[in-house]
Design a protein around this ligand. Structure first.
Ligand SMILES: C[S@@+](CC[C@H](N)C(=O)[O-])C[C@H]1O[C@@H](n2cnc3c(N)ncnc32)[C@H](O)[C@@H]1O
Ligand SMILES: [Zn+2]
Length: 666
């Protein structure tokens, strides 16, 4: 029997309570600090929903709250510093004006220099307070108790009305932090941002459905956050383009008031976010605004089922194979980057995850035409042996080549062409046909500093409020460990610490931002073993073998059992052949001549050697085995002791797991 209805909309919200409002009975579902009212028939994601709510996406929402917190703390510090500087500037001017007034001389209008105007427009958090392009300063209103002098009146006549609300005190320039939940449904995200992120000053919850807007209003009232949550019923594109137009008007005409752009935009659509990207990159603030993007159409970006659709949506061809999810993240990043580039906006990936049935990426958008020039050299084509052994090779679309400046004043970059395809049409390892994929993003998909800052937020978060906290810690730690520095990066790291001095954190240089990820994809030992018809090596043994040969090994957050390494494919295959020879012999008579396993195991070569009378290499060892260091499957060397027992991968998806159907609301 159901619980009796004990609550009204205006009562304090409480988990599990039944609430009646306008003849509908709702169950109160708590997530984070927010309570949402879910019509009883559709609670738990069952039944036909009027407004979309998927409980399984809590991970996505918990993570986003923590990510915005981590991102916003730094941003608010910058904004507050800009604010203080501005208040200081005004206080100084106020003092000067007072002195002038007292000396009984007419006060002159204050013209800001071009540089000052530029600075004011560019400083984070500043443009919204002053209006970019502001040129003439208004004198202060008379200080309490003072009578305006004639002189002040004279200057006021010169000043444009647009500057009337120029800041006078700290409270007038208090920094804002705005978020757009562009596809809000029940408003759950907006409610959580309003409740859980203390520095958020306003969240706009937008949805195209009137029924969603009604739900948001109901939930905002129930949660008592109506002052922070602004509701908008509109097409998300129309809403964002309107803000872009308003901002252009603000900068060009009114020159005052807060920025119309958002500090953070969250896109959490049905399926793909691709149609919203062009507007979102422009509607988020271009001084480092944060874009959070979900795409649930993994059947498009991580499979070979619909390459034509993937190309249409993301501007790249997907990959077939084990690492298709990693490639999918790179396709989505490519789509965001190309959307942004044409407006002179650069994208920096902060965190890119492929989890459950969707991807979630967090990127920073900054106006930087000079960074945009690096983009051709940060995107790549991939040649993959998807139908065969799964090996790959990549090719950048362009080269970003450092060239010393002739005058000796530092390094600048040339952006040039690369050579025609270097990969053969047939796989050099197994002879199968190679396929073309991409273009896709070739840079780092996470920023280690950002990932660490979100981990720190997760560690301080209460597990009662953040139900998926342990999983967040595990996934983020795994994402952090994915980072295999390139030889250049390792060298830079070593030289910084070489003299024993403490490493000083430098701001990122263009070269660092332009760096590509030299090890973009993982491989999957169990699947490789399947191809060879052999037992799969224990992870520690395989890791030990690669480490013993001098390579680095880590894993990908995308798939349990995955391995990322800087060992080339030729070495990976050599290690597997040795595995078969030393530890996991296969029945050669069961392996069909000419098959992928036959070619990868080099059985053809043995046959050739036998018929030539030279016989197979002794003990089946490879012919040039002397030249290759011995492969030792040293489990001890490869063992990872995970003392903290992190939940690195989702193990038990609950019932009703998946993207769920669209809501039926109007
Ligand atoms: C997947 S749901 C959002 C779920 C929500 N973000 C959450 O975490 O619970 C997608 C929402 O986008 C809305 N929507 C679809 N197309 C839209 C558009 N063009 N503009 C605004 N909202 C749209 C739908 O009505 C639906 O409520
Ligand atoms: Zn192959």
């Amino acid at each position: 029997m159901s619980e009796p209805i004990v609550r009204e909309l205006h009562d304090p919200p409480a988990e599990g309570q039944r609430v009646q409002h306008q003849n509908v009975v709702y169950t109160t579902v708590k997530e984070g600090l927010a309570h949402i009212l879910v019509p009883e028939a559709s609670a738990n994601g069952q039944g036909v929903q009027q407004v979309f709510y998927n409980p399984i996406q809590q991970f996505n929402r918990d993570l986003t709250v923590l990510a915005i917190k981590a991102y916003g703390k730094e941003r608010m510090q910058q904004k507050q510093a800009a604010s203080r500087a501005r208040v200081g500037k005004f206080a100084e001017k106020k003092r000067k004006r007072k002195e002038q007034a007292q000396s009984d001389r007419p006060v002159k209008s204050l013209k800001l220099s071009d540089n000052a105007v530029q600075e004011s427009a560019n400083a984070p958090g500043d443009a919204e307070m002053t209006g970019a392009g502001e040129a003439v300063e208004v004198p202060e209103k008379p200080i309490d108790g003072e009578q305006p002098t004639e002189a002040v009146g004279e200057v006021q006549a010169e000043a444009p009305a647009a500057n009337e609300d120029a800041p006078k005190e700290e409270k007038d320039v208090a920094p804002t932090f705005t978020v757009l939940d562009a596809l809000s449904a029940s408003g759950l995200r907006a409610l959580r941002y309003a409740h859980e992120i203390p520095f958020v000053t306003k969240v706009t919850a937008n949805d195209i459905l009137k029924s969603a807007a009604e739900a948001i209003e109901r939930n905002a009232r129930h949660n008592k956050v109506v002052d922070k949550v602004h509701i908008s019923v509109d097409d998300a594109l129309a809403h964002m383009y309107q803000r872009i137009a308003n901002e252009l008007r603000r900068i060009g005409v009114t020159k005052t008031g807060p920025s119309e752009k958002y500090d953070v935009i969250d896109l959490d659509p049905y399926g793909t976010a691709a149609p919203f990207l062009d507007a979102a990159v422009q509607a988020v603030r271009d001084d480092g605004g944060l874009l959070c993007v979900t795409c649930t159409d993994s059947g498009v970006w991580a499979s070979n089922g619909y390459p034509e659709k993937c190309y249409a949506l993301y501007g790249g061809v997907p990959l077939k194979g084990w690492y298709s999810h990693e490639a999918g993240l790179r396709l989505i990043l490519h789509a965001i980057e190309t959307s942004a580039a044409k407006y002179g906006l650069a994208m920096e990936p902060l965190l890119s995850l492929s989890v459950d049935f969707y991807s979630r990426v967090f990127v920073r958008i900054t106006r930087s035409p000079s960074m945009v020039k690096f983009q051709g050299g940060k995107n790549m084509m991939v040649y993959s042996c998807g139908g065969g052994c799964g090996s790959w090779t990549t090719q950048l679309l362009m080269k970003n080549k450092p060239a010393p400046n002739k005058k000796g004043s530092g390094i600048f970059y040339k952006h040039g062409f690369t050579k025609a395809p270097t990969a053969p049409q047939s796989c050099e390892h197994c002879g199968s046909t190679m396929h073309l994929a991409g273009p896709m993003y070739a840079g780092r998909i996470h920023s280690p500093e950002f990932v660490k800052s979100v981990i720190a937020e997760a560690e301080n978060a209460s597990p009662e409020i953040y139900g998926t906290r342990e999983r967040i810690r595990g996934v983020l730690q795994t994402a952090l460990e994915e980072f295999l520095p390139s030889p250049e990066e390792m060298q830079a790291e070593a030289s910084e610490n070489g003299d024993g001095t403490k490493k000083i954190k430098k701001s990122k240089t263009e070269a660092e931002l332009a760096a590509i990820d030299p090890y973009p994809f993982f491989f999957h030992p169990a699947q490789v073993s399947g191809l060879l018809h052999c037992a799969s090596p224990p992870e520690a043994a395989l890791r030990g073998a690669l480490i013993g040969l001098g390579y680095r090994v880590t894993r990908s957050h995308c798939k349990p059992g995955s391995m990322k390494t800087d060992a080339p494919w030729s070495v990976i295959w050599h290690v597997f052949r040795e595995w078969v020879r030393q530890k996991a012999p296969v029945k050669e008579e069961n392996i069909k001549a000419g098959s992928i396993a036959y070619r990868l195991l080099g059985l053809g070569k043995k046959d050739e050697a036998a018929s030539a009378g030279t016989g197979p290499a002794e003990n089946g060892k490879e012919e040039n085995a002397d030249k290759v260091p011995e492969v030792v499957f040293n489990e001890k060397l490869g063992r990872i002791t995970d003392k903290t027992k992190l939940v690195r991968y989702q193990m038990n998806p609950r019932e009703n797991w998946g993207p769920m159907n669209r809501a039926k609301g109007k």
